[in-house]
Design a protein around this ligand. Structure first.
Ligand code: GLP
Length: 242
């Protein structure tokens, strides 16, 4: 059963998640962090950036992002490589050379997944994986129907997810990539701890399904029920259907 923290808002929630992550890094300055993109984790990065100013040192940590778009121009500001560099690496003082995304410029998307799995294993596995959740229950880019045992691989994005993310691409769904390389649900389950964040009413149904519904590929976030060490942080609106 996951530990659930219900907080007034995303700022308070980011502080809770950041404390959890900071405790892991304090115990092990070389901890391996699983990084997520999307708007949800931003307040967690804000809180960690504030802790950095007070002395938290993340410079020796390693990072593995959940996912990356296929076919996006290298250096495109919405590529997750750039998003992670901008929102996480620079602000938290991580070492860019130790922060990885599942598809780097020039890599073949059909073999990148297996290489990413090897890199995660070689780093000793992920100590704490930060997760958001999509309205349809997706985690990373594992859309409904993804195998619960899946590993990092190329996937097609659901049209709803492309619609949701069109706001990052000037509003047009046509400009949102069609494919991605994402960690699988099996990859995510190998992390030693999961921290799942959800803010706002739009996430309430997905969160309730993830925490209390049947464990099923229909709602990929429900994999958290298979994991022994999970912290869920939700604001009151996102927690309203629990
Ligand atoms: C995106 C990301 C996911 C993220 C989710 C929710 O497409 N690939 O990792 O959790 O959708 O996004 P947001 O946090 O902006 O609501």
């Amino acid at each position: 059963m996951a530990e659930i923290a219900i907080v007034p808002d995303a700022v308070a929630g980011g502080a809770v998640a950041a404390r959890d992550i900071a405790a892991i890094v304090t115990r092990n300055p070389e901890a391996v962090l699983g990084l997520a993109t999307g708007s949800t984790p931003l307040t967690t990065w804000d809180a960690l950036a504030a802790m950095r100013e007070e002395g938290l040192d993340l410079s020796r940590t390693t990072g593995f992002a959940l996912d990356e778009y296929v076919g996006i121009a290298p250096g495109h500001p919405e590529s997750y490589r750039c998003v992670i560099d901008r929102e996480v690496v620079d602000r938290l003082g991580m070492d860019r050379a130790r922060v990885h995304v599942p598809l780097e410029a020039g890599q073949d998307p059909t073999t990148a997944g297996a290489a990413y799995e090897r890199a995660i294993l070689a780093a000793g596995g992920v100590d704490v994986q930060v997760l958001g959740i999509g309205r349809n229950g997706h985690v990373g880019f594992n859309e409904p129907g993804s195998s619960l045992a899946s590993l990092t691989r190329i996937k097609t994005l659901h049209p709803h997810t492309r619609e949701d993310n069109a706001r990052f691409f000037g509003g047009s769904i046509d400009d949102v990539p069609v494919h991605c390389v994402t960690q699988g649900l099996g990859t995510i389950l190998r992390a030693r701890r999961l921290v799942l964040l959800a803010w706002g009413e739009a996430k309430a149904e997905a969160l309730a399904g993830a925490v209390e519904g049947p464990v099923s590929a229909v709602l990929p976030g429900s994999i958290i029920q298979l994991h022994p060490s999970v912290l869920v942080v939700a604001d009151e609106a996102a927690a309203s259907r629990l």
